[in-house]
Write a protein that binds this ligand. Structure first.
Ligand SMILES: Cc1ncc(COP(=O)(O)O)c(C=O)c1O
Length: 383
């Protein structure tokens, strides 16, 4: 079991605030902030003199993300964010007119607009009706037909914390002959995954939540099993075997996920991804998951004791790092605001309060946050 005190120096945020908002934007670990500062200082003092060193860092970061996801290094591309990764997947699938995408109507919009945008190519988006419920694999199956070419889902739903059964949904995609595309931003870094065993075709996530990295630099996993079926709709000068053979325009696109890295890399962002992925690997993905789930279990128990209504699944198979709840008459916006006034970072989403601790948070922080929720409920009910 991870001892959060051993990680205290990496998370100076703990000195300032009780940060239970990793499902929004994470605080940076000390080593990650230092890695970004090092890149900036090197550019400042040396220009591109040490570029080889930075290229090695990019390769190391790619390797770490591959290790964290169970992918091969060549199946990982650095992309701008989750949306960019999902757009690349959407646009490179060789669609036929009349085909459809199946997606739940509770998805974060990052995993909706890239599919709706395919209307111009004759592709329909079919929504699984899931508002007010936790969608099941049967719900997805009911929305599929012979023309379903993609099934897509968040690994963890942003507004409920429901953890999707990726293995079962992947099996459904296989059964109907569809690509399986995962928005992983609310799971990756908190929960363990092995894409090689799950039959996932594409998986995208930005760094700024559970991966403990910065906004605007993420990853796209593309399975080697599907890369040959895709349309290389996007060509860039670095995505060829010899990018510095500048005038040889007849080079083919790389035949792996790196073909989606079109030009100069976001070195500062990748330095952050590399450092944070290193930290998560050091802590151990299994241990991180165990600790996150133990903290959310404690949260659920404490909130129930206060009489809050838990709006997240509580079945261990479906839980995640996100706990959503309602506090009787108190609006979620008001509770989140009053928590912030007490130095506790939470979020309000679609009428529920959302708390999302990471592995370095302490039991004491969970207890302090739930005590504060109790006080706020008492204040509001006596007002
Ligand atoms: C499920 C989900 N997907 C995607 C995003 C963000 O997408 P992007 O990384 O493109 O900003 C969020 C939250 O910000 C989210 O909760």
């Amino acid at each position: 079991m991870i001892d959060p005190e051993c990680w205290a120096e990496e998370f100076p945020v703990r000195k300032n605030i009780i940060y239970l908002n990793h499902a929004a934007v994470c605080p940076l670990p000390a080593r990650t902030a230092a890695a970004v500062a090092e890149v900036a200082a090197d550019y400042r003092d040396w220009g591109s003199t040490h570029y080889e060193r930075w290229s090695a860092m990019v390769a190391r970061g790619r390797g770490r993300l591959a290790e964290l996801t169970g992918a091969d290094q060549c199946e990982i591309a650095f992309v701008k964010n989750t949306t960019a990764g999902l757009m690349l997947a959407a646009e490179s699938i060789p669609w036929r007119d009349g085909e459809n995408v199946v997606v739940a109507d509770i998805e974060f919009p990052a995993n909706v607009y890239p599919w709706l945008n395919l209307r111009r190519r004759g592709v329909t988006t079919r929504f699984v009706q899931a508002r007010g419920s936790f969608p099941t694999v049967d719900d997805y199956a009911a929305a599929c037909d012979d023309s379903t070419r993609v099934i897509t889902s968040s690994w963890v739903q942003f507004s409920s914390g429901q953890r999707t059964d990726l293995a079962a949904l992947s099996q459904l995609a296989d059964d109907v002959g569809a690509f399986f595309v995962v928005d992983a931003i609310q799971g990756l870094g908190a929960l363990q995954i092995d894409v090689s065993k799950l039959g996932i075709d594409f998986l995208a996530a930005d760094g700024h939540k559970w991966l403990l990295s910065v906004e605007g630099c993420g990853l796209l996993y593309v399975s080697q099993g599907v890369i040959g079926d895709l349309e290389p709709f996007w060509r860039g000068w670095t995505a060829v075997p010899e990018p510095t053979d500048f005038l040889r325009y007849d080079q083919p696109a790389l035949d792996d996920a790196r073909r989606f890295e079109e030009g100069s890399p976001n070195l500062a962002g990748i330095a952050a991804m590399d450092a944070s992925a290193g930290l998560l690997l050091e802590a151990g993905p299994a241990q991180v998951e165990e600790r996150v789930l133990s903290l959310t279990e404690r949260l659920i128990a404490r909130l129930r004791d206060l009489g809050c209504e838990i709006a997240s699944p509580t079945d261990p198979q479906c839980r995640s790092g996100i706990v959503c709840f309602r506090c009787g008459r108190a609006s979620s916006d008001e509770v989140a605001t009053r928590l912030a006034e007490r130095g506790i970072s939470a979020a309000s989403r679609l009428g529920v309060v959302r708390l999302s601790p990471h592995f370095y948070n302490t039991e004491g922080e969970i207890d302090a946050a739930t005590e504060a929720v109790g006080e706020i409920m008492a204040e509001i009910s006596s007002a």
